[in-house]
Design a protein around this ligand. Structure first.
Ligand SMILES: *Cc1c(COP(=O)(O)O)cnc(C)c1O
Length: 405
């Protein structure tokens, strides 16, 4: 009998006891809204912002309702509006072009390299002064930031980083989210800190921060923010910026604060699991893992590999055989969106764009979640199953590969 993996690819670790206790305390006093504080009380949300600013080394931090809200606020504060063209990675997830579309702006997709990062030559070709680049560190793969930033600055771009998969990561010692004008993070369950839903934005720019605080819905209570500029920054803006209600609440903030000190340990444990899988998938004909540059401190909360040269029917069979053995893989080359793995072809609210390099990469790109609930032995077993099925031509089993989640 072929071995079968029985773990769950969608099971994250539980919320730490300290975070549960903090959440219960907020529910007991009932002041869940971030501006509902007792005399002298510092709201959990304001404390979270201070602590996350310190964690990233940023001057300012704003907690918001989601990663998508973080990107919308940062772009809007940077002047993106109806009709603006916004550069972004062609290889990313739907909330990224969705955030651009939500502002009435138009995504301009930049090609993807086989390292799964943004193609710098294509970026330089498509850049126009004044544009925003919403740079998505998709699946935690960091582009050479020391090469990208001079290109962006030379072309007059402002860079907003989508760090949904790089919270805790760094390029050559600089935390992800700290190269551009602003860094946007998600605290949704599948990311590196878990509050169900939630988002964080960091920046050093006082004007941008003041605009984001007002946009988020601060009801002129911006002086309650601690990781934010003083009242002068709001003086000329306060009646001109609409309230688009995107706040975080104290319950989520209470759940998140105790998770910040855990990020370094989580990163180390994710890295062990990632490296174990990578080691188990070396030397398999037709299967390429993604090389990671030495400057990249990555988190490894998911795993990707390429099957170049395999056609769609073969990949469908491979996915079905792996699934029958308990290994849930996703394929970014599928033309119809399947769960998280949609591609630029299915974002029809954006103008259709020719992206041959990206399509060539996506055609063979396989993606896997790597929850921390997997042991290292689990990773070895998953690698053995993938390795065996990657060189098999057995017919697909009757159970179809799951399309969703
Ligand atoms: C999850 C995710 C987001 C958005 O985060 P939400 O909190 O779900 O809105 C943005 N970019 C990428 C790449 C993501 O995976």
């Amino acid at each position: 009998m072929a071995e079968i993996f029985t773990g769950s690819f969608t099971q994250q670790e539980p919320i730490p006891d300290e975070a549960i206790a903090a959440a219960v305390a907020v529910m007991r006093h009932g002041r869940l809204h971030r501006y509902n504080t007792a005399a002298g009380e510092i709201a959990e949300t304001a404390a979270l912002e201070e602590e996350f600013a310190t964690f990233t080394g940023a001057r300012y931090c704003l907690a918001v309702a989601s990663g998508g809200a973080a990107m919308r606020l940062a772009m809007r504060a940077a002047g993106v509006g109806p009709g603006s063209s916004v550069l972004t990675n062609a290889f990313t997830l739907a909330p990224v072009p969705g955030a651009i579309a939500a502002l009435g702006a138009v995504p301009v997709f930049v090609e993807t390299t086989p390292a799964l990062t943004i193609d710098l030559a294509d970026l330089a070709a498509k850049a126009r002064p004044g544009m925003v680049l919403l740079l998505s560190h998709m699946r935690g793969h960091l582009v050479d930031m020391e090469a990208l930033m001079p290109i962006a600055e030379g072309a007059g771009l402002r860079v907003i980083e989508d760090c949904a998969h790089t919270m805790g990561a760094a390029w050559n010692g600089t935390p992800s989210g700290r190269h551009g004008l602003a860094g946007c993070y998600s605290t949704q369950t599948y990311k590196h800190m878990n509050s169900g839903e939630g988002g964080l934005i960091v920046t050093d720019d006082a004007d941008l921060m003041a605009r984001m605080v007002l946009l988020s819905g601060s009801y002129m209570l911006y002086d309650r923010h601690r990781a934010a500029p003083g009242p002068d920054a709001y003086a000329t803006l306060r009646e001109d910026i609409p309230n688009v209600s995107s706040r975080m609440d104290n319950l989520r903030a209470a759940i998140l604060r105790p998770q910040i000190p855990l990020l370094a340990d989580r990163t180390a444990r994710w890295r062990l699991r990632h490296d174990r899988l990578e080691a188990g998938l070396q030397g398999i004909p037709g299967l390429h893992t993604i090389p990671r540059p030495p400057q990249e401190l990555f988190v490894g909360s998911s795993f990707q590999f390429l099957l170049p040269g395999r056609d769609g029917p073969w990949i469908d069979g491979f996915l079905a055989r792996c699934f029958a053995r308990g290994v849930e893989l996703k394929w970014f080359g599928r033309r119809t969106p399947a769960g998280f793995t949609s591609s630029h072809h299915s974002w029809r609210y954006a103008p259709e764009q020719a992206l041959p390099k990206t399509d060539a990469v996506l055609a063979g790109l396989i993606d896997m979640r790597l929850p921390l609930t997997f042991s290292l032995d689990d990773c070895d077993q998953i690698a053995r199953i993938i390795a065996a099925e990657a060189v098999s031509n057995a017919p697909a089993p009757a159970i179809p590969a799951r399309q969703g989640d």
